[in-house]
Design a protein around this ligand. Structure first.
Ligand code: AHR
Length: 529
C-alpha cells in the first residue's frame, strides 16, 4: 500500500510529516528462502583515472607505504571490507586491453594510450599478476573482463590458459617464468564489455555469434569451471537480452546489466572551463529536488531488473542463468579542477542513501541476480575510497558508501526474509515518486535476524513499527550512518564527517514490538533478538 503525502508542484514543497509510527514493517520469517550471495557486494576496478594508479597501486618502490606495491591504507580498508569479488580491467578499457602488455619484467612493458579515459599513457605496470595477486591477498574472487572488441580469439584463449592452466604448456611455463607457479583458477570471466557501445558498437545478433566463437576457446582447465558472462544490455534494452538468451542461452552462465543513476546525460559546457560536463549535476552541491531526482533514477534500477528478468524467465524458467549488475552507482560531473576523463567525484550522504536502497533492491531478486559490482572501488564514480591527488601520501578517505557496504556485511550469505512495508511516498515530479523508507531483513547463518532501514526523506524523521510474525522482540541494537546535512562528506584532513555510530533510536515495547525512530537521511542496521 502506498500513501502519497508530499508533492512537488512547480518547485519543491515538502510537507512536514508527523513522526508517530508512520511506517509499518511486517516481517515474514516463515517465507525466508533465498540466500543473498556475497557477490552482490562486488567491486569494480578499471584502468581509469586514479583507480589503479595512485588508488590501488603505487608500486613497491614508492615512498607511499605499500604492501607489495598496493597502497597500504587502501589495501587495509579493502581487507576490512571483505570484498567478495572484484571486476577488472574494465569497463571500456577491457576491450582495448592486451594482456601480454602487462606481464613480464616491468621495464619491458609496453606503453599504450588509454583512449577511453583522458588519453593517459598507460604503462601496464599493473597487469595480470598484480591484479590476481591482489585478489588472493584480499581473499576475493577475481572477475576478468576479456577483450572481444579489439582482441583476437587466440589472445583471449591464451589469457585463460595463462591464468588457469597447471600443465607444462609453453603458456603455463611462461607464467611460471614470470614468478607464479600455480594457476590462479579464475572463475568469473566476461566475454566483452558493453559490446553495444565502447566494446565494439555491435549489433546484438553479431555479438551473440562472436560470443559463441570466443567462448568456445576459453577453455576450462583442471577442475576449475569458468562462470561465463555475456556482455549485457545498455540499461533497459531488453531486446539485447532477448537475443542473447535465444542465441547464446546454454553457452553462458550469466549476462551482465549496467545501470547508472544519472540525472541527465545531455551535454552542456561547464561555464567556468568550457568543458562538456553534461547535466549530471554536482556530487557536492545539489538541491533537495536534485537529491530526489538522483534517488528516483537509482530506484528505477528495479524496473530495469524486472524488464530483463521477464525476458530471462521466458527462456530460462529454472533460473540457471544469472543476471549480473556488474556496473552500477551514481554518476555526476567530475569535481572541478580534475581531468574530465578521469571521472573523479566526491561522495556524500546522498550516495550512502543510494547505495543502501540499491542493495535493498538487489537483495529482493537473488533468485536471478547473482552478482553486482559498484563502479568503482577507488577514486572513480561512486567510490568506496578516495586518495589525494595533490598530496598522494595523505591518508586515504573512506566514503559514506564504504560505510554502508561495511554495515551491510551482515546480509552477505544470509537468508533473505520477505517483509511488507507501508510508508509515505514523496513526489519528485509528475511521474516519479520515492518511498520514504527502504529496507532489507535477513537471517544470518547463526539464525540471527538483521534489519536494515534507510530513511530516504531528506528532511523528516520517520518512525517504523516493526512486527515480526511469530516473534516477540527482546532486544535490538545496531549502528547508524547519518549526518546533520545530506551534503556531508569525508575529505582529506576531515575524514570523519560521516562515520557509523551506535544507534539509540530502537525501542522494544511490552508487546515485543520494535519501534525504530529514523532521523532524516539515515541508514540503520539492527541485530534483532
Ligand atoms: O564505469 C565507467 C564506464 O562506464 C565503464 O568503463 C563502461 O563500461 C561504462 O560505460
Amino acid at each position: 500500500m502506498k500513501k502519497l503525502l508530499t508533492t512537488f508542484g512547480a518547485g519543491l514543497l515538502l510537507t512536514s510529516i508527523a513522526s508517530a509510527q508512520d511506517v509499518q514493517l511486517t516481517v515474514h520469517p516463515d517465507q525466508a528462502q533465498n540466500i543473498i550471495p556475497k557477490e552482490i557486494y562486488g567491486q569494480f576496478a578499471e584502468h581509469l583515472g586514479r583507480c589503479i594508479y595512485g588508488g590501488i597501486w603505487v608500486g613497491p618502490d614508492s615512498d607511499i607505504p605499500n604492501v607489495q606495491g598496493y597502497r597500504k591504507d587502501v589495501f587495509e580498508a579493502l581487507k576490512a571490507l571483505e570484498v567478495p569479488v572484484m571486476r577488472w580491467p574494465g569497463g571500456c578499457f577491457a576491450d582495448e586491453y592486451h594482456w601480454r602488455d602487462g606481464i613480464g619484467p616491468q621495464e619491458g612493458r609496453r606503453k599504450m594510450v588509454n583512449t577511453n579515459w583522458g588519453g593517459t599513457v598507460e604503462d601496464n605496470s599493473f597487469g595480470t599478476h598484480e591484479f590476481l595477486n591482489l585478489c588472493e591477498l584480499l581473499g576475493c574472487e577475481p572477475y576478468i573482463s576479456g577483450n572481444v572488441g579489439s582482441g583476437s580469439v587466440q589472445e583471449m584463449a591464451e589469457w585463460v590458459e595463462y591464468m588457469n592452466s597447471d600443465t607444462n604448456s609453453t603458456i603455463a611455463e611462461e607464467r611460471r617464468k614470470n614468478g607464479r607457479d600455480k594457476p590462479w583458477n579464475v572463475k568469473y570471466f566476461g566475454v566483452g564489455n558493453e559490446s553495444w557501445g565502447c566494446g565494439g558498437n555491435m549489433h546484438v545478433e553479431y555479438y551473440a555469434d562472436l560470443y559463441r566463437r570466443y567462448n568456445t576457446y576459453a577453455r576450462n582447465y583442471g577442475d576449475n569451471r569458468l562462470y561465463r558472462i555475456a556482455s549485457g544490455a545498455n540499461a533497459t534494452d531488453t531486446h539485447w537480452t532477448d537475443v542473447c538468451m535465444k542465441k547464446i542461452g546454454g553457452n553462458m552462465d550469466g549476462i551482465s546489466m549496467h545501470f547508472y543513476a544519472v540525472r541527465d546525460w545531455g551535454t552542456e559546457d561547464d561555464p567556468e572551463t568550457g568543458i562538456p560536463m553534461g547535466k549530471k549535476g554536482w556530487a557536492l552541491t545539489f538541491s533537495d529536488q536534485e537529491y530526489y531526482e538522483i534517488l528516483s533514477k537509482a530506484l528505477q534500477i528495479e524496473d530495469c531488473i524486472h524488464g530483463h528478468m521477464a525476458v530471462m524467465d521466458r527462456y530460462d524458467p529454472e533460473k540457471r542463468i544469472g543476471l549480473l549488475v556488474d556496473e552500477w552507482g551514481t554518476w555526476y560531473n567530475v569535481e572541478k579542477g580534475t581531468i574530465p576523463g578521469w571521472l573523479y567525484q566526491q561522495n556524500t550522504m546522498r550516495d550512502a542513501v543510494v547505495a543502501a536502497s540499491s542493495l535493498d533492491i538487489f537483495h529482493k531478486y537473488t533468485d536471478r541476480i547473482k552478482m553486482a559490482n559498484i563502479a568503482q572501488v577507488v577514486n572513480v564514480l561512486q567510490s568506496m575510497i578516495l586518495t589525494n591527488e595533490k598530496n598522494p601520501s595523505d591518508p586515504c578517505v573512506l566514503t559514506p558508501t564504504y560505510y554502508v557496504f561495511k554495515q551491510y556485511n551482515v546480509h552477505k550469505n544470509a537468508t533473505y526474509v520477505p517483509s511488507d512495508l507501508v510508508c509515505n511516498y514523496i513526489s519528485v515530479n509528475a511521474r516519479e515518486q520515492v518511498p520514504t523508507v527502504s529496507r532489507t531483513v535477513s537471517r544470518d547463518q547463526n539464525g540471527v535476524m538483521h534489519i536494515s532501514l534507510t530513511n530516504m526523506d531528506v528532511s523528516n524523521q520517520h518512525v517504523v513499527a516493526v512486527n515480526i510474525d511469530g516473534m516477540k522482540v527482546k532486544s535490538a541494537e545496531g549502528e547508524i550512518i547519518t549526518a546533520d546535512d545530506i551534503h556531508a562528506y569525508n575529505d582529506f584532513g576531515r575524514a570523519d564527517q560521516v562515520r557509523p555510530a551506535a544507534f539509540k533510536g530502537a525501542k522494544v515495547n511490552k508487546q515485543g514490538q520494535l519501534v525504530v525512530t529514523l532521523p532524516a537521511h539515515s541508514i540503520v542496521t539492527l541485530t534483532v533478538k
